[in-house]
Design a protein around this ligand. Structure first.
Ligand SMILES: CC(C)(COP(=O)(O)OP(=O)(O)OC[C@H]1O[C@@H](n2cnc3c(N)ncnc32)[C@H](O)[C@@H]1OP(=O)(O)O)[C@@H](O)C(=O)NCCC(=O)NCCS
Length: 143
């Protein structure tokens, strides 16, 4: 499995959006608008590839000089619970560090908080709703 940074609007980016649609949006009856995708054009896109096929992805948004937000973390159902999510998350943390970030923050789905806790993230604050489902803010200091 190759972990790579993906260019916005490239073929790999379009494949990544399709994966995000399938895993994160469709089950909630939601989609991405052209405006949603335009808004993320300056973000950093990461993918795990088996040959050319994207099997997992996430997005980093730089919130300030020292803080990155992790978004859109998704692993193909055929690969879940095989360590791929953890590998991609560690890659994302390294990319965030290289971009000067000292903290990673995210809005984690309640169902995924256990995964992030295993990777050293801590819940901050109360449960809230986003994309129709419960979430928690989670954070980790990147050393
Ligand atoms: C959540 C997700 C990204 C995790 O990726 P993954 O590749 O399945 O996870 P890994 O195999 O790397 O798991 C690493 C550890 O976390 C655990 N884990 C994985 N998903 C978990 C979850 N939802 N809750 C609790 N623990 C979880 C694994 O059992 C493993 O534990 P171990 O180290 O003791 O063996 C992936 O399952 C997924 O895409 N889920 C659907 C979409 C989603 O919820 N995305 C997150 C949005 S915030």
């Amino acid at each position: 499995m190759a972990l790579k940074i993906i260019d916005y609007n490239s073929t790999a980016y379009k494949d990544m959006v399709a994966l995000r649609m399938e895993i994160l949006r469709k089950p909630l009856g939601l989609t991405f608008s052209a405006a949603d995708l335009e808004k993320e054009k300056d973000d950093i896109f990461l993918g795990a590839f088996d040959d050319e096929k994207i099997m997992a992805c996430c997005v980093l948004t730089k919130m300030s000089l020292s803080e990155c937000k992790l978004r859109q973390m998704a692993v193909h159902p055929s690969m879940q619970y095989n360590g791929l999510g953890a590998s991609l998350l560690h890659f994302a943390e390294n990319v965030a560090r290289d971009a000067g970030c000292k903290t990673m923050v995210m809005h984690a789905r309640k169902t995924a908080t256990g995964f992030y806790e295993k990777q050293g993230y801590a819940v901050c604050g109360n449960e809230f709703e986003e994309v129709t489902i419960p979430h928690f803010e989670m954070r980790k200091l990147l050393f």
